[in-house]
Write a protein that binds this ligand. Structure first.
Ligand code: SF4
Length: 332
């Protein structure tokens, strides 16, 4: 089957600092570096990692809210990076985003009904009557009473506002929903409700999700496949059950050890030493070598290649290439 979303060798670097005459003071943030993955229609790929790993930039690149330096983004077989403004409009109807703080994204003076309908206004879709019917349908879909259309954002709870964010994102013919820490700011019980709503919508509408999160406990619940990001790179990607049962990369192993059992909404303490290094001029060789408990000499100088460790399961670590001489090393 053709993947619904295929991202190949996607790269985005940001220049920071002042460039003197020779540009010596300029540094490069390797926000997203040579990232490749694909998602089948109706599936959820979770992208996990600590803040600063590049996962939010990745979501915005797929939406073309920012432009990549290089690489490909194919949606349903169409390369979208070269699309002109008009063709892009069409594509924007199909790809939407739900972000962490729905309050920040909702205009405080706009009624909820108007906010949900705004994408239809922007794309000039439907008659006034059809839009009213659509609004009723969307409120129903996300489990909000019809009377909420006449309320303002500040009259809603966090979970209710996130339902508004989801309704808004589904107002058009959305196929791909990018959820960027979409439940991270909510209380645990509300998190579960929103995750269940997302699951229900996925099955009813064959939605494809790119689910960006720092929270392994939520990812465990919602993902079909998981990609682990560290300092701009995907270091491991696998079907969910495989990743949780047999994490191959030392960073994934540390992330999994850090999952608290109860307080999922709190930032877990990582079971590894040290803070995540700055993505500005990241460590040479394997970017994880400054924190890795298994670091070897080669790790400091040579970036590890992507190594296949099982069906649909690969990771970038020198240990794997050594431990599995039969495994086929591939350059990502
Ligand atoms: Fe650790 Fe080396 Fe593997 Fe990197 S390549 S994760 S430093 S063992």
């Amino acid at each position: 089957a053709i993947p619904f979303l295929r991202v190949s060798n996607l790269t985005k670097h940001f220049q920071v600092g002042r460039g003197g005459l020779l540009g010596r003071n300029r540094s490069v943030v390797r926000a997203v570096d040579n990232v490749s993955f694909s998602i089948a229609r109706g599936e959820t790929l979770a992208v996990v990692g600590e803040s600063g790993c590049g996962k939010t930039t990745l979501g915005r690149l797929v939406l073309r809210l920012i432009e990549a330096d290089s690489g490909q983004i194919e949606i349903a077989g169409t390369e979208i990076r070269g699309l002109d403004h008009r063709a892009m409009q069409e594509f924007r109807r199909r790809v939407q985003i739900v972000i962490q703080d729905p309050f920040g994204s909702l205009n405080p003076r706009m009624l909820i009904g108007q906010a949900i309908m705004e994408p239809l206004d922007i794309h000039s879709v439907g008659t006034a009557k059809a839009r009213r019917a659509r609004l009723a349908e969307l409120l129903d879909l996300v489990g909000l009473p019809q009377s909420f259309a006449a309320r303002f954002p500040h009259q809603l709870s966090g979970g209710q506002r996130q339902r508004v964010g989801i309704a808004r994102a589904l107002a058009l013919e959305t196929d791909l929903l990018i959820c960027d820490e979409a439940v991270s700011a909510l209380d645990v019980s509300v998190q579960a409700q929103i995750v269940n709503l997302l699951q229900k919508l996925k099955h009813e509408r064959q939605l494809t999700y790119l689910f960006i999160s720092h929270d392994m406990a939520i990812v465990r619940h919602i993902a079909d496949h998981v990609a682990v990001m560290y300092l701009g790179e995907i270091v491991e990607i696998a079907p969910k059950a495989q990743l949780f049962a047999h994490p191959a990369h030392p960073y994934t192993q540390a992330l999994l050890k850090s999952v608290p059992r109860a307080r999922v909404h709190e930032r877990p303490e990582l079971a590894i030493k040290g803070d995540i290094p700055s993505p500005i001029d990241p460590p040479s060789g394997c970017r994880f070598h400054t924190r890795c408990p298994h670091v070897m000499g080669i790790c400091r100088s040579t970036p590890p290649a992507r190594t296949t460790v099982g069906p649909d399961h690969s990771a970038n670590c020198h240990l794997l290439a050594q431990a599995l001489p039969a495994a086929k090393g591939q350059t990502a």
